[in-house]
Design a protein around this ligand. Structure first.
Ligand code: GLN
Length: 492
């Protein structure tokens, strides 16, 4: 029999419902797995094994009391990216400045998972304040890709992606501002779903760039992505950007296939810069969709080249405003020997923030300053509209867009740390989706050099059901999502 930590959410849910396993046994297996392999993977900043087992015990009691049907994730162990607030549990954002911060409330998404009965295992590693594509910007340590421990897991939700790939959690939450769910999902060979902006509440998500941030899921397959989204999606009066729109029963809308579905392939995304082997793998996946009955067409996203410069004005500008609150007074780290209030502010920030965060604050402050605001920030907002209009035009012709997630497979740890521009290129195909506020999903579609490759599917706003249906159809026809990294651990 397969070890319990190998199960998907939906498989574990069925076994729990049938009384074949207990939440405690399941959580115990995952906790043991976590303790056995995390020294090598380093997915977690905070592990909470005792708390997890307590939650699992409560889940078993609730099930025994007949509450199993009301709580869709009852007894299922999941991990949370460490930028999402968890009441009483450290929430560091991968930063020294919040090293000792324990929120007094749960983020709405965390609260919803808990209300649905999920068991929280701990908090996963991230680039500092989610700024990065490799977890190398974490103030604490770098997470290792379970497929090749000398490589990055992607980022910034690299801890969550690696935890799921290494079976250290059945599923996890991440956040995606410019690709941070989809890119690590692609690098680690798991499914990463970034919902439409406004679909999921951002309340309790520590803000990076508020007009781009969205909470997403990292799961072992598409069915699990649907199960998670069903629980976390929906209007929240505490987040004015969350949309009051009914939440479909995503997991019941997976069937139906892709026959007649129009799939657009952006020519601009297969040109210069992409590893030809990654391009060929993604093209083969699109060919599979055609074989399954989809109609594949070319589309154009002519402003694609501007996504990166536009994002790197808007995201740092918003970050510089959002991060102004870390001043050594209200939260986290406070400098030890300030001479006056100004040196308290500046020394706390100097000591608390890492180099990438400082770079973004400086870029953003510059872009917003008098005399430059019109030339940079305002111009970037205008180009953002053009990028969104590219998608609007494309979606007049096709139902979804399919392409690569990242131009390469996972790169080596250390390879890009000294070259920010090279690092920024890791998100070249994902940034525009955030700028346009659209949903996107990464599904495993093959391997290059024994490293996973992701297929990105992008839909019009609130078309998550279509993305999930296409991803599910692809999964039914292939077995990439069932592959697991050959990690050796004490528990086998
Ligand atoms: N890698 C991108 C950045 O560094 C995106 C990060 C994210 O989506 N949080 O900003």
């Amino acid at each position: 029999m397969e070890p319990l930590y190998r199960l998907t959410l939906h498989e574990a849910r069925a076994q729990l419902a049938a009384g074949e396993i207990s939440a405690e046994a399941l959580t115990q297996a995952v906790v043991e797995r976590m303790l056995a392999v995390d020294d090598a993977v380093k997915a977690y900043i905070t592990m909470a094994p005792t708390w997890a087992l307590d939650q699992a015990g409560e889940a078993d009691q609730l099930r025994a009391a007949g509450l199993g049907d009301e709580k869709p994730l009852l007894g299922l162990p999941v991990a949370i990216k460490d930028v999402l607030s968890t009441a009483g549990v450290p929430t560091t954002c991968g930063s020294k400045i919040l090293e000792n911060f324990r929120p007094v409330f749960d983020a709405t998404v965390v609260g919803r998972l808990r209300a649905a009965g999920a068991v929280i295992l701990g908090k996963t590693n991230t680039d500092e304040f989610a700024m990065g594509s490799s977890t190398e910007n974490s103030a604490f340590f770098t997470t290792h890709n379970p497929w090749d421990l000398s490589r990055v897991p992607g980022g910034s939700s690299g801890g969550s992606a690696a935890a799921v790939a290494a079976d250290e959690a059945l599923a996890a939450l991440g956040t995606d501002t410019g690709g941070s769910v989809r890119q690590p999902a692609a690098f680690c060979g798991v499914v990463g779903l970034k919902p439409t902006y406004g679909r999921v509440s951002r309340y309790g998500l520590v803000a990076f760039a508020s007009s781009l941030d969205q909470v997403g899921t990292l799961t072992k397959d598409v069915t699990d992505a649907a199960l998670m989204l069903e629980v976390i999606a929906g209007h929240d009066p505490l987040d004015s950007t969350s949309v009051a729109r009914p939440v479909p029963a995503y997991s019941e809308l997976l069937g139906g296939g892709v026959r007649g579905l129009r799939v657009g392939v952006p020519a601009e995304w297969f040109g210069e810069g992409i590893d030809p082997r990654v391009a060929a793998t993604v093209r083969a996946a699109i060919e599979e969709l055609r074989r399954l009955g989809a109609e594949v067409r070319d589309v154009h996203l002519p402003h694609s080249d501007y996504a990166l410069p536009t994002y790197y004005i808007i995201a740092p500008a918003e970050a510089s405003a959002n991060l102004a609150r870390y001043d050594g007074v209200r939260y986290g780290l406070r400098a030890k020997n300030p001479t006056d209030i100004w040196s308290l502010f500046s020394q706390s920030r100097e000591q608390g923030f890492g180099p990438e965060v400082k770079r973004r604050i400086m870029l953003g402050t510059y872009a917003l300053s008098t005399g430059y605001y019109d030339a940079y920030y305002k111009k970037a907002q205008q180009v953002r509209t053009l990028i969104k209009q590219d998608f609007d035009r494309a979606f007049a012709d096709v139902d979804i867009i399919a392409g690569p997630v990242s131009p390469t497979v996972a790169f080596r740890i250390g390879e890009r740390v000294d070259d920010p521009l090279e690092m920024y290129l890791a998100d070249i195909y994902t940034l525009s989706v955030n700028l346009a506020g659209l949903p996107g999903i990464s599904v495993p579609c093959g391997f290059v050099d024994n490293l996973p490759v992701g297929l990105q599917l992008i839909g019009p706003a609130f078309e998550e059901p279509t993305l999930l249906r296409v991803g599910y159809a692809y999964e039914q026809a292939t077995d990439w999502h069932t592959r697991r990294p050959p990690l050796v651990s004490a528990t086998g």
